[in-house]
Design a protein. Structure first.
Length: 224
C-alpha cells in the first residue's frame, strides 16, 4: 500500500493495451499514485531513452533525480519486486517469471501470423501459434489445478504470475482484436474452467475495481 514515502509514477505508452497493460495492472495493484502519458508518435520517439515504449518514470519524494527504466519486462519485474508481488526466494520467483516469458513467446507467435505474407508462411505461422498457445493453456491450467484450484497460480493471494496471465488474456480477448478481428473467437473456446476461474479471481480483486470500472471487463468478454 502506498504511504507518504512511496514514490509516484508516470507510465508512457501508446493508448492501447499491448505491452503496457501488465505495468498498468501492477501499478493499480500496488495502490500507488500514477499517471499515463501517450506520447505523439513518432514525433516523441527521439525523446525516449531507447526510442521505444513503454517507459516508466519513478518520481521520488525526497527530491532525488527521477528513476527512468524502459522495456516492458524490466518495468514489470521492477514493480513486482518493489511492491511484493514476486517472492524473495529466487527459485519461487523464477517459476513466476517464466510464466511472463512464456506469455511473451505466445504473443510473438501470434504476431507472426499477422505478419505472414505467402499462403505457405501463413499456414506455418498458424501451426506454430496453435501449438504454443495450446501448450501455454495446458501448462497454466495444470498450475492452477496443482495449486488446489484456488484461482491463483501460486499460493493463495495475488502474485506477479496472476497479474501477468490476466493481462495477457485481456490482450488476447480484447486488445488484439485491432490486429485480428476474430482472435477472441479463437481464444475463448480454448479457455479451461481453471483459466476462467483465475481470470475472474484476479478481475474481482478489490485492487482492480477502479481500473476495471473505467476499462474493459474481461470476465464479461469471455462469457459473451
Amino acid at each position: 500500500m502506498a504511504t507518504t514515502n512511496t514514490p509516484s509514477y508516470t507510465l508512457r505508452y501508446f493508448g492501447i493495451m499491448g505491452r503496457g497493460e501488465t505495468s498498468r495492472l501492477l501499478l493499480e495493484a500496488a495502490n500507488v499514485e500514477w499517471t499515463e502519458e501517450n506520447p505523439e508518435w513518432p514525433q516523441e520517439k527521439a525523446n525516449q531513452p531507447f526510442g521505444t515504449l513503454p517507459v516508466l518514470i519513478e518520481k521520488s519524494v525526497d527530491g532525488s533525480p527521477d528513476f527512468v527504466i524502459c522495456e516492458s519486462g524490466c518495468i514489470e519485474r521492477y514493480l513486482a519486486r518493489a511492491y511484493g508481488f514476486l517472492p524473495s526466494d529466487l527459485k519461487k520467483a523464477a517459476l513466476q517469471e517464466q510464466v511472463r516469458d512464456q506469455m511473451h513467446d505466445v504473443a510473438a507467435a501470434f504476431f507472426r501470423t499477422i505478419g505472414a505474407v505467402s499462403e505457405e508462411d501463413k499456414k506455418l505461422a498458424q501451426k506454430g501459434f496453435d501449438e504454443i498457445f495450446d501448450k501455454f493453456i495446458a501448462i497454466q491450467t495444470k498450475n492452477v489445478k496443482d495449486n488446489d484450484n484456488t484461482g491463483y497460480l501460486f499460493g493463495n493471494s495475488l502474485s506477479f504470475a496472476d497479474i501477468v496471465l490476466y493481462g495477457f488474456f485481456r490482450n488476447m480477448v480484447i486488445g488484439f482484436v485491432q490486429f485480428k478481428a476474430d482472435i477472441a473467437e479463437y481464444v475463448k473456446p480454448k479457455l479451461t474452467p481453471e483459466i476462467i476461474k483465475l481470470i475472474s479471481t484476479v478481475e474481482t480483486n478489490p485492487k482492480f475495481a477502479k481500473y476495471v470500472a473505467k476499462s474493459d471487463n474481461l470476465v464479461a468478454a469471455v462469457n459473451e
